[in-house]
Every structure is written in structure tokens, then in C-alpha cells.
Design a protein around this ligand. Structure first.
Ligand SMILES: *Cc1c(COP(=O)(O)O)cnc(C)c1O
Length: 519
């Protein structure tokens, strides 16, 4: 029997129960079962216990509440436990490898967090008089300078608050530029088949129609098909580079020339800029507008860790249409240009209340300054190297979708699962049991049963080797005929297989009293 250095057995002893059992509590060791907050709380419980104020008269004039408010009441320890338990059901980049392709789940450096929490940055308010926030405005201006330098573009709109919001900004600038020329007939936007779903959605939001361009067999835009679609009614193209197959669009300069040739604009989805920083400047490729995801490329937290931020760079041709407000440097002070009139009347208007995500700006600039231009380039190269390492290490047991090296993400398809009975979804569920967040599945749509893996530069070789070993063993198990365990997975997750289709089609977003929770 193997013993650890404390003399305790490290392998289960004979006769040990190894099959899973249902516990009385519903907990599984550290994985605590948790009810909805409405089921935990009652209106009569509270975290604070203040005496009724004496002798104060209501000033609500008959509008006092007569029935209970219907919100859950919890004591402080109950509240604490509820949210800590929920947080432990969450997978996070701080917990393990998060290989979601296209999402760039990289480490959020703690230095950024420390800088963002400095009171001078954390405690400013957007409505403070401008002379009291000169440092904050300077920070926005300096970040804008870095973004313009890295992208080789003359202007940037800082206020968009996500990638999709940045797309909206870019397409609204394009729409404003077309309107200014009276080009009402230009309403068709070309979108490659491999585009992120937000691209066609944005084009439609801005009043354009979407015309799809097919992909070639090697995963790029079909240039001949694009040429056939050109015409005077084309407003522009929305294209991702590197594209969602993790490949560089090698005809990109020609695509830019073709679209400009018909008087259209080139929107590039820059969510994958982390594969280009320090190596390629979009401005040199003929791009007119491109959003960056600070929460991808520049390591600021995603979602639960903080809001996103999607600054959008604009070419000379579109710069005048940028939204307000923006920071302008005058002789000795920074100033916010707040109104369309103050821009000379070309700005398409305002996208959000204030000037963008200050906390994310602080983190992104901290990331840029701590890496320096050489470090940013190195991060890009490491991201591409890591993706190619994963691709090469798995290419004998899984099927690589397109031949050749990839950029920052490795794309596999489900040909290796053919006739095994195991599908991409089952494979992903088995990864959960192994403690990994699954990769992006079934996207891009141009690839059957797609598995898109983006390791990012922040995983070490040792961590990648562990991940690769798990993926290899799963692939071998699947092709070795072990269908049942894949269909049963995940076994160890607090929730097993959920009806994801039902959940998407008929989301139950409201809890009704008396209804049992579905656990
Ligand atoms: C993430 C992503 C987006 C959308 O960014 P959000 O910040 O999630 O709105 C758009 N395009 C591509 C290619 C992306 O990867």
C-alpha cells in the first residue's frame, strides 16, 4: 500500500466504497448544495437590527407599503454563505485552465488590481469638476495613445463598454459617414461565414442588411466569392482577423482595397488582437474601424470580475464621426469634449452616460506599462506558440480542422470522433469531470463539431502538458469505444446534464413563491 510522508495511505484501501452515494444533506464534501436566495430567506430575517425610530412621522402621505415587500431577508452569516457557496460553483481563470476559444481567458495580473484600487483612481466620480480629475483624464489620454500606437490608427473612441458595443460604435461611425455623403443606397454589409455572431447582429442594428461570404477549404474568406458580391450598394465589410478559425486572413490588404474600391468601409473585429500586438498594425492593412477588447487582449477581467471595455480605433475617414465624450489635451490641461456641437457637428452622438470603464482603463494601462512594448510583443508570440504547442501535441489523436500552423487558438473538428458515438458535447462534458472548463464548442460554424482551444500566453508549459495529457487520454478513451462514460459525464459536477436547449428557448427568469426549486 502506498503511504504518504505522514504515514497515511494514498490509495483507497480494499473494501472502500468507490461508487458515488447520495448524501443525506445533498452536499458532496466541499461542494455544498445551495437553494435559491428566496428559499433561504424569509422577510422576517435581517442582517441589521436597528431599533424603530421613535416619534418620527411618515412623510409618504398615504403611500406607505401595506403588504410585505417580498424580498428575501437573510442574516449576515446566511448572506455570506449563500454567495460564497454560489461563487464556489463557478469556474474561474483563478481556479484552472480556461481554454475557451475566442474569449482569451488569460490571467488578470494582480498588479493591475492593486493599481486600480489606489484611492486616486478608485474614488473618482465622473461628475467631479474636470480640474479635480486631471490625472484620470491624463490616464485615459495615455491609454488612447498606446492603443493608437499599437494599432497604427489615428483616433480611438474610448467609451464603448464591450466588444459588441465597440462594433456598434464602429458601424455607427460608418453609417454616419455614409449619411454625411448622402449615400443612402449603401446598405449592404458583407460578413464572412466564420464571423462572430455579434458582427451580423451589429450590422442589422445599424440598419444594414447582411450578405454572407463563404469560406474557402482552408478556412479563409473566399476572395472570388467576395469579388462577386461587390457593388455600389455595399456599405462595407465586417471581418475578424485573425479569424474565428484562428487563422490570419492572408488576402487582407486586397480585401481592404476591394472594399474601398466600391466606396465601402472596412470594419475589422479586433477581439483577437492579442495574436497581433507588436507584430502587425491594423492601420497598415487598410482598416477603417476596429474594436479592441481590453478584457481579452489587455488582461482586464471579464464579466463577474468587472465590466468589459471595447475602445474602437477609427481611420482618418471616420475619426470625425467618433462619439462624445472624448478627452482632448489643450495647452496645459485635459478637457472633456462633451457635446456634438463642440465637435463641429460630425460626431454621431453619445453611446453611454460617461467616458467609459475607468477601472478597466487603469488595469489595461498598468498591463501595458508593466510589459512595455517588447513585453507586449513577447506575450503575443507566447500566445501563438502555446496554441501551436497544443495543436501539434494533439494532432495525432484529434483532427486539426485546417492544415498548417495556427495563430492564437487551435481549432479541431469532430472527424476523430466519427463512428465512436461520442459527440463534441459529450467530450466537453467529460472535460468538466477532469476539472477543466470546456473549450468553445460548435463555433465557428464553418467547421463540423468544432472545438476551439485558446490556451493564451499565461499558461506554463507544465500546465499545458497536464491539459494535453487529459485531452489525449479522453480522445483515446473515445476512440477506444468507451461511449457510456462520455454520455454519463459530468459525474462530479454539482449539476449533471442540463436541458440546455430548453434553458435557452424557455428561460425561467422569475421565481414564483410556492414553486419548488429545480435542483
Ligand atoms: C468576444 C468577441 C466579441 C464580443 O466581445 P464582447 O466583449 O463579448 O461583447 C466579438 N467578436 C469576437 C471575435 C470575439 O471573440
Amino acid at each position: 500500500m502506498a503511504l504518504n510522508n505522514m504515514g497515511r495511505p494514498t490509495t483507497p484501501q480494499e473494501g472502500t466504497v468507490t461508487s458515488t452515494i447520495e448524501t443525506v444533506s445533498g452536499n458532496k464534501a466541499l461542494a455544498q448544495r445551495e437553494l435559491l436566495i428566496f428559499e433561504v430567506g424569509t422577510p422576517r430575517r435581517t442582517g441589521v437590527d436597528l431599533p424603530e425610530p421613535k416619534g418620527s412621522k411618515s412623510r409618504l402621505g398615504g403611500l406607505e407599503r401595506t403588504a410585505e415587500i417580498g424580498l428575501p431577508g437573510l442574516s449576515e452569516p446566511e448572506t455570506m454563505r449563500h454567495y460564497v457557496r454560489l461563487s464556489q460553483k463557478n469556474y474561474a481563470i483563478d481556479l484552472g485552465v480556461y481554454p475557451l476559444g475566442s474569449c482569451t481567458m488569460k490571467h488578470n495580473p494582480r498588479l493591475n488590481e492593486k493599481v486600480a484600487r489606489l484611492p486616486g483612481f478608485a474614488d473618482v466620480h465622473p461628475l467631479q469638476p474636470q480640474e479635480t480629475v486631471q490625472g484620470a483624464l491624463e490616464l485615459i489620454d495615455e491609454l488612447a495613445h498606446w492603443i493608437c500606437t499599437l494599432t497604427g490608427m489615428p483616433a480611438v473612441a474610448m467609451s464603448p463598454k464591450a466588444g459588441a458595443h465597440g462594433e456598434l460604435c464602429g458601424m455607427m461611425a460608418i453609417r454616419a459617414a455614409l449619411d454625411a455623403k448622402g449615400a443612402d443606397h449603401k446598405r449592404r454589409v458583407l460578413v464572412p461565414e466564420s464571423a462572430h455572431g455579434t458582427n451580423p447582429a451589429t450590422a442589422v442594428q445599424c440598419g444594414f442588411t447582411v450578405d454572407e461570404i463563404p469560406a474557402t477549404d482552408d478556412g479563409r474568406v473566399d476572395l472570388e466569392a467576395m469579388k462577386a458580391k461587390l457593388g455600389d450598394d455595399v456599405a462595407g465589410i465586417m471581418l475578424t482577423n485573425p479569424n474565428t478559425c484562428g487563422l490570419f486572413e492572408r488576402d487582407i490588404v486586397e480585401i481592404a482595397e476591394l472594399i474601398h474600391g466600391v466606396g465601402g468601409y472596412f470594419y475589422c473585429d479586433g477581439a483577437n488582437f492579442n495574436a497581433l500586438v507588436g507584430r502587425v498594425r491594423p492601420g497598415d492593412l487598410g482598416i477603417d474601424a476596429m474594436h479592441l477588447n481590453l478584457h481579452k487582449t489587455f488582461s482586464t477581467p471579464h464579466g463577474g470580475g468587472g465590466p468589459g471595455s471595447g475602445p474602437t480605433v477609427l481611420s482618418e475617414a471616420l475619426a470625425a464621426y467618433a462619439p462624445v465624450p472624448f478627452v482632448q489635451k489643450n495647452d496645459d490641461a485635459f478637457e472633456l469634449v462633451e457635446t456634438v456641437e463642440a465637435t463641429g457637428g460630425d460626431s454621431f452622438g453619445r453611446m453611454c452616460a460617461f467616458h467609459g470603464q475607468m477601472g478597466m482603463f487603469t488595469r489595461a494601462l498598468s498591463y501595458m506599462l508593466s510589459h512595455g512594448s517588447d513585453g507586449l510583443k513577447q506575450a503575443t508570440e507566447d500566445a501563438v506558440l502555446n496554441a501551436n504547442y497544443v495543436q501539434a501535441s494533439l494532432s495525432d489523436v484529434m483532427t486539426v480542422a485546417f492544415p498548417g500552423t495556427c495563430m492564437h487558438e487551435a481549432l479541431f473538428d469532430d472527424r476523430f470522433l466519427k463512428d465512436t458515438g461520442v459527440e463534441t458535447l459529450d467530450f466537453a462534458k467529460a472535460m468538466i469531470d477532469e476539472g477543466y472548463h470546456p473549450m468553445t464548442m460548435y463555433f465557428p460554424l464553418v467547421v463540423h463539431g468544432a472545438m476551439l482551444i485558446e490556451p493564451t500566453e499565461s499558461e506554463s508549459k507544465a500546465e499545458l502538458d497536464r491539459f494535453i495529457a487529459v485531452m489525449r487520454s479522453l480522445a483515446e478513451r473515445a476512440t477506444g469505444g468507451d461511449v457510456d462514460s462520455f454520455k454519463a459525464a459530468p459525474i462530479y459536477a454539482p449539476m449533471r446534464r442540463l436541458d440546455e436547449t430548453q434553458a435557452a428557448r424557455k428561460p425561467v427568469l422569475r421565481w414564483t413563491p410556492g414553486e419548488a426549486a429545480n435542483d
